[in-house]
Design a protein around this ligand. Structure first.
Ligand SMILES: Cc1cc2nc3c(=O)[nH]c(=O)nc-3n(C[C@H](O)[C@H](O)[C@H](O)COP(=O)(O)OP(=O)(O)OC[C@H]3O[C@@H](n4cnc5c(N)ncnc54)[C@H](O)[C@@H]3O)c2cc1C
Length: 467
């Protein structure tokens, strides 16, 4: 079987030093998307990858890389052509996130993922909101970067539970307050998608609303950012202290944050971040292949790549990573089919929520891709030996970056719980907002009580109920 590197994958004037196109699902892309990918690989080589090393070293935000992406129109990738975007679909969004992460910079790719996910929330409601259309029409030309601030310091990775937030209705709009613990591009983004409790929430945390806020309305602490990897990400904290914003800055209707999240930002985040992790996984394989095919043990005349144990590592990594990529592009394609290639006009129909129906498939995708990239990073390090442990080979940087996927919300522990509970006990068991009494546990604890303890407990409940 002929598996030589395809000479068509170029790295500047040279043939690319990692795996060729024969290991890429190029047939999932249209002609236009293939051209875009080629141009993107070029700017990854010339601008984004050199920036990546700099961002990692000095904890700098990859602004130059975003300017380079805007030159290809990529900040407006999923914005309709009539609003100045490229009008591209889900498959293209996955391809772009994967390509930036693999050939360019994982941090830039993740900032880009958050940008695309936040854009999708505005696009979902843009047909009824002139202010959103105005912003969307300027995003690419003015290099306006968006992001998502959902994490809450008091509830950690339970991003659906914004305890440190509130909003009130005012005469002219909304007064919003929020604390977020981790915000990609925090302090460097031009606009933020935030989620707070609704103005009429009355202690019910399922009543949430989304808002659009601008950089001059938030307090960020970029100097505080310091992480193991994704160091260009600038995922620092954010605060909004009772600022008043106009009426048209609500994203969707009050209390309908879940509807918005499930249909646009959550799905785009899960799809594109999974693609990003697949890009990191392929990037690691590329780096590992480059080193192991070059380094030779002179005593026995063998290259590292000549050892069967090393070949096993690569065979396993390629097969598993490509399963993740196929899953990702398959789901992207299903979204394209369901939405007429990401036609946002279809959302003029208020009951059109085709993406939300697929949520559990995207949970599985995120779980698989982030687990795979974490495993790959260990295998590539093992395959490269001590050389992989040092920064020169770049494996060390990709390894540090690769570990963020697992812990980003929904964390892999949370996802396993969600999927396990859902499959065994049904949707009622999820109880995201902690509203349902667990009768089984309650009954079990009561059964342990003697009569005196029961009476004591009963009196306690009567006292509590009378307040
Ligand atoms: C590089 C990076 C970028 C990020 N960017 C953003 C961003 O742009 N916007 C944003 O909103 N957030 C962002 N986050 C935050 C992220 O999504 C998580 O909220 C955050 O990593 C959680 O950290 P924590 O310390 O609060 O974890 P904790 O919630 O304290 O988790 C600690 C441990 O408990 C486990 N755990 C928690 N709940 C459960 C449960 N119910 N069942 C079982 N196990 C559980 C977790 O899986 C984990 O193992 C980012 C994080 C990183 C690392």
């Amino acid at each position: 079987m002929e598996t030589n590197k395809t000479s068509s994958k170029m790295w500047g004037k040279d043939i690319f030093w990692g795996l060729g196109y024969e290991f890429d699902p190029q047939w999932t892309l249209s002609k236009k998307q293939l051209e875009l990918q080629k141009d993107l690989i070029k700017i990854c080589k010339d601008i984004i990858r050199p920036q990546s090393i700099e961002c990692d070293k000095n904890l700098t935000f990859p602004k130059q890389s975003f300017i380079a992406l805007s030159k290809l129109g990529l900040l407006g990738l999923i914005i309709p052509i009539e609003l100045g975007g490229l009008g591209e679909n889900h498959t293209c969004a996955a391809m772009v996130a994967e390509t930036i992460a693999r050939y360019g910079c994982p941090s830039t790719a993740m900032c880009y993922v958050m940008h695309i996910a936040s854009l999708s929330a505005l696009l979902l409601h843009a047909n009824k909101n002139a202010a959103f259309r105005n912003l969307l029409s300027r995003v690419n030309d003015e290099v306006l970067i968006g992001t998502i601030a959902y994490s809450d310091p008091s509830t950690g990775s339970h991003a659906w539970f914004p305890k440190s937030s509130n909003s009130q209705e005012t005469e002219n709009g909304w007064k919003v307050s929020k604390k977020a613990s981790w915000v990609t591009s925090g302090g460097f983004a031009d606009w933020y998608l935030i989620q707070t409790t609704s103005h009429e929430f009355e202690g019910n945390y399922s009543k949430l609303s989304c808002y659009l806020v601008f950089k001059d309305e938030v307090t960020t602490y970029p100097g505080l950012w310091n992480g193991l990897g994704m160091r260009g990400n600038q995922s620092g904290p954010l605060e909004i202290n009772g600022i008043e914003i106009p009426k048209d800055r609500i994203v969707g209707k009050p209390n309908e944050a879940s509807k918005t999240n499930n249909e646009s930002p959550d799905i785009f985040y899960l799809l594109c971040s999974s693609a990003c992790w697949n890009g990191v996984a392929m990037g690691l394989i590329d780096l590992g292949a480059k080193h192991t095919t070059k380094k030779k043990h002179e005593d026995i005349g063998m290259r590292i790549a000549d050892y069967p144990s090393i070949q096993d590592y690569f065979g396993e990594m390629i097969a598993e990573t490509n399963s993740c990529r196929m899953n990702c592009f398959f789901l992207a394609n299903i979204l394209d089919i369901k939405t007429d290639n990401c036609n946002w006009n279809l959302h003029e129909n208020n009951s059109f929520f085709p993406r939300s129906e697929l949520m559990i498939w995207f949970w599985q995708l995120k779980l698989n891709c982030t687990t795979n990239v974490s495993n790959n990073s260990d295998k590539v390090l093992h395959a490269c030996g001590g050389s992989g442990y040092k920064p020169e080979l770049e494996v060390e940087r990709y390894l540090r970056d690769s570990k963020a996927g697992w812990i980003m919300a929904p964390t892999n522990e949370v996802l396993k719980q969600l999927l396990g509970k859902l499959s065994l006990l049904g949707p009622e068991s999820l109880d995201a907002w902690n509203q349902k009494v667990n009768e089984t546990i309650l009954q079990n604890e009561i059964n342990k009580m003697n009569k005196e303890k029961m009476r004591e407990f009963g009196e306690f409940l009567i006292k509590k109920a009378s307040f």
